[in-house]
Design a protein around this ligand. Structure first.
Ligand SMILES: [Cu+2]
Length: 188
């Protein structure tokens, strides 16, 4: 009987304690988010990746698109040497071997961001693909606010106050015209 009483007491204690912990947990979460919001009303972190999208294709499946190299040597490199990857840096399209070609472009993700005037914004940028990305942040008047070199495996932060309505740009100088993120700052 004593054992049963002990077990019953244990079960009763658990039955009371577990919901109490649950309620405290919910209250703590609610307090946490409330206090953060009220202390820092205009602060915001935006998470970006420096990355690329690409594809490889065998010439047995799809012929090398030489016409694209012919039409845009400034973007892809010399049309007469499809093995050389050159041009603007943002795009690439070249033969990797006699049997295969590769196409792709570099970018920041996300590429378009909406923000509001007065927000204190931190960009947290992870270098995922591409060795390095020498980038600048400019405001809607073209004024340079900051610069950073995002290296593969690095996590970099840039902070600014969006005090002008308009479009702020994070521009990678190594990979144009494709690697720019536009931060559209709207009036509140
Ligand atoms: Cu880049």
């Amino acid at each position: 009987m004593k054992t049963t009483q002990f077990l019953n007491t244990r079960l009763m204690t658990r039955a009371l304690v577990i919901p109490a912990i649950g309620i405290l947990g919910i209250a703590a979460v609610a307090c946490g988010s409330d206090s953060e919001a009220s202390n820092n009303p205009g602060e915001r972190t935006i998470y970006l990746q420096a990355t690329e999208q690409d594809a490889r294709r065998g010439v047995d499946r799809t012929e090398f698109p030489q016409h694209t190299r012919d039409a845009h040597p400034g973007l892809f490199g010399p049309a007469d040497d499809p093995f050389e990857s050159a041009g603007s840096g943002g795009y690439y399209l070249f033969m990797t071997s006699e049997d295969e070609w590769r196409v792709g472009s570099y970018m920041y993700l996300p590429q378009e961001i909406i923000a509001y005037k007065g927000e204190e914004i931190t960009l947290e940028i992870l270098g995922v693909r591409g060795n390095q990305h020498h980038s600048i942040l400019v405001d809607p008047d073209g004024e340079r606010l900051d610069d950073v070199n995002v290296e593969r495996g690095g996590l970099h932060t840039m902070s600014f106050t969006a005090d002008k309505a308009g479009i702020y740009e994070l521009v990678c100088a190594d990979h144009q015209p494709t690697m720019t993120t536009y931060i559209h700052v709207l009036e509140q």
